[in-house]
Design a protein. Structure first.
Length: 289
């Protein structure tokens, strides 16, 4: 596994890479970074793929440019620009978890012709999440941090307190069998670097606040939630209540859609149950239609 850099959509992206062959992009979530995919990078490389896990926009060592946008349209464009920088116009495979999942749904909706097959982890389609939050208080409570992060200055102060203890709290809350302390310690060190905390919060603020979205990408933004034609597999851990939403989102797919629950796993299922998740990812990627 090696680390490289490339310019994508005007941002200097850092990424981890292993193997050679068809490109598989692995998009991490929050609070996390590209090293979250260490088990998948090795497995995909061994199976004959070129596995690339970028540190997403604003997550050091990728740049966090002052005044940059972090909305889903900008992030989807980042992904397609990154793929173009790596393999040109050749279609690629896409895997995303948490925010990487939300970004992936947008890529599939707006730029689906670029993707061969996709695997989404831990997060339902944003449209399905919105439908569920409007009628389910327990799911609204599960997403409390979305609303907390809309506030000015308070989230920054809360996250910095006690050496970013809130970051470790989120991992424990979302993965009940939490034992990833070394990895989370690295995440906390990353969050302390200049600009990172503000950039990662901007992902959430752009969900609800139009001022955080690039007005030049309005047309792209409107395409993000189009019916998905790319064959897509969605996985959730059995300890992650978001798995309850997967059966009800089939109407958001115009192409093949399957979902499954990974027993004994929480939100970070790719790290908690890497062997089973790797088997499911590889099985789906090999099922070319």
């Amino acid at each position: 596994m090696k680390q490289h850099e490339v310019l994508a959509n005007g941002v200097r992206y850092a990424y981890l890479e292993a193997g050679s062959g068809p490109l598989v992009l692995l998009l991490h979530g929050y609070p996390d970074n590209a090293r979250s995919w260490e088990h998948q990078l090795d497995a995909l490389a061994a199976a004959g793929y070129r596995a690339v896990a970028p540190f997403m926009r604003g997550y050091a060592p990728t740049e966090a440019p002052a005044g940059a946008f972090y909305d889903r349209a900008t992030l989807a464009k980042d992904v397609t620009s990154l793929a173009e920088a790596l393999v040109g116009e050749t279609p690629f495979y896409l895997v995303g978890q948490d925010w990487g999942a939300a970004i992936s749904y947008g890529v599939l909706g707006a730029f689906g012709a670029r993707v061969r097959r996709a695997v989404i982890l831990a997060v339902p389609h944003p449209v399905q999440v919105g439908r569920t939050l409007r009628r389910s208080p327990k799911h609204a409570v599960r997403s409390f941090h979305w609303f907390l992060f809309q506030l000015p200055w308070l989230p920054e102060a809360l996250l910095r307190a006690r050496d970013f203890a809130f970051i470790e709290f989120l991992w424990w809350l979302w993965s009940p069998a939490y034992g990833d302390r070394a990895h989370v310690a690295e995440i906390k060190r990353m969050m302390a670097q200049p600009g990172v905390l503000e950039a990662t919060l901007s992902y959430y603020r752009a969900m609800f606040q139009a001022s955080y979205r690039d007005p030049a990408l309005r047309e792209t933004y409107e395409k993000l939630d189009r019916p998905i034609e790319v064959p897509t597999l969605v996985l959730c851990g059995s300890a992650d209540m978001r798995g309850q939403m997967l059966a009800g989102q089939a109407d958001l797919f115009a192409g093949p859609y399957e979902w499954a629950i990974v027993p004994g796993a929480g939100h970070f299922l790719h790290r908690e149950k890497p062997d089973e998740v790797n088997e499911r990812i590889l099985g789906w990627l090999r099922r070319e239609s």
